[in-house]
Design a protein around this ligand. Structure first.
Ligand code: SF4
Length: 290
C-alpha cells in the first residue's frame, strides 16, 4: 500500500477511534494508532468502521476489553443497600433509554430496561422485547408475559417479588421499516447482544439475586457462555460469570424454555416446570405444585 494511503488510513482510524465510546477501546491500542493495525474491543460495531477504498486492506485485531465497572455495584465488603441499588438501576435505565450503541436504538419505540423487586432472590432474563413491550416500555407484557406471570405464580411468587429483564433492551424486528406489523419479532443477533450485554450484566451485579432464570436459548447461551442447545443446557445450575463486572457474591443460573416457545409447544411445559422446581427447592418455596 502506498505510504500516503497508509497515512490516510491511519488518519481515518484516528478519527474512528476518537468517535468510539471510551470503554470500547483498549488503552493499549494508543501506541499502535499510527499504524494500520489497531486493536478494538469486541463490542465495537462493524458498521462503524471507516469506508475503505478498493484495493486497500486493513487488519483489525479483536481483543477483549479490560473488564471495567461502569456503574457502582456492590462488593463483598460493601453491600449496596436498597436506596443505592434503586439509584444505580435508575441511572442505568436512563442510560439504556438514551442508548444508540446498536441499530435497534434507531427503530425502537421504547427501550425496555426491565422492572421488578430489586432485592429479589430470583431474576428472569429473556432475549428481547416484542411488539407489546416496545409500546409499553415494560418487559413480558404480551401473551408470553401472561404465561410468565402464571409460571411465577406457580412458584409461589408474584411479578412484584421478582425482577424481569431481557438481554437486548430494544425491540428486534424482522422488518424494521414496518414496526406496526404484528409477528415482526425476532431474536437479537450476535452484534446486538454484544452491544447490549453490559446492561444486563450491570443489572444482575446491582440486584445480585441468588438465582437467574434464563428464558430461552438466546438468553441461556449468552449468559452461560455456552453454545450448546437449550435442551442440553437446561435442567441444572451453573455458576454465573459476567464479562464486564464482578459479582459481589456467587449467583447461580438455570435455563428453561421461553414462555413464547411454551405457547407454541405446550408439551414442553412439564420440563419447564421441572426447571422451576429446582429453583423452588433451592429457595425452599412451596409454590402451587402440580
Ligand atoms: S438494544 Fe441495547 S445496545 Fe442496542 S440500542 Fe438498545 S439499549 Fe442500546
Amino acid at each position: 500500500m502506498a505510504s500516503d494511503s497508509l497515512r490516510r488510513l491511519a488518519a481515518d482510524f484516528k478519527q474512528f477511534l476518537a468517535a468510539q465510546d471510551e470503554e470500547d477501546i483498549i488503552p493499549a491500542v494508543a501506541p499502535k494508532r499510527a499504524a494500520a493495525v489497531v486493536s478494538v474491543s469486541k463490542t465495537v460495531n462493524s458498521h462503524a468502521l471507516p469506508p475503505m477504498k478498493e484495493g486497500e486492506t486493513l487488519t483489525v485485531e479483536f481483543v477483549k476489553a479490560t473488564p471495567k465497572e461502569t456503574v457502582p455495584v456492590a462488593t463483598t465488603e460493601n453491600a449496596m443497600n436498597t436506596a443505592q441499588k434503586t439509584k444505580a438501576l435508575e441511572e442505568l435505565a436512563e442510560t439504556i433509554r438514551n442508548c444508540s450503541r446498536c441499530p435497534l436504538g434507531s427503530t425502537r419505540i421504547n427501550a425496555v430496561p426491565g422492572e421488578g423487586n430489586i432485592d429479589t432472590d430470583v431474576m428472569f432474563v429473556g432475549e428481547g422485547p416484542g411488539f407489546d413491550e416496545d409500546r409499553q416500555g415494560r418487559p413480558f407484557v404480551g401473551r408470553a408475559g401472561k404465561l410468565l406471570d402464571r409460571m411465577i405464580a406457580a412458584m409461589g411468587l408474584t411479578r412484584e417479588k421478582v425482577f424481569i429483564a431481557n438481554i437486548a433492551k430494544c425491540h428486534p424486528m424482522t422488518d424494521p421499516l414496518h414496526p406496526e406489523k404484528h409477528g415482526n419479532d425476532r431474536a437479537p443477533n450476535a452484534q446486538e447482544i454484544a452491544c447490549c450485554r453490559k446492561y444486563i450484566e450491570q443489572q444482575i451485579a446491582i440486584i445480585c439475586p441468588k438465582y437467574v432464570i434464563a428464558l430461552g436459548g438466546v438468553a441461556a447461551k449468552s449468559l452461560i457462555s455456552d453454545a450448546k442447545s437449550l435442551s442440553a443446557l437446561r435442567g441444572r445450575f451453573y455458576n454465573l460469570h459476567l464479562d464486564s463486572v464482578e459479582l459481589p457474591r456467587p449467583v447461580q443460573i438455570i435455563a428453561t424454555f421461553h414462555p413464547a416457545a411454551l405457547l407454541r409447544n405446550p408439551g414442553w411445559k412439564k420440563d419447564a416446570w421441572n426447571d422451576l422446581q429446582l429453583v423452588m427447592d433451592a429457595l425452599g418455596l412451596k409454590g402451587a405444585r402440580k
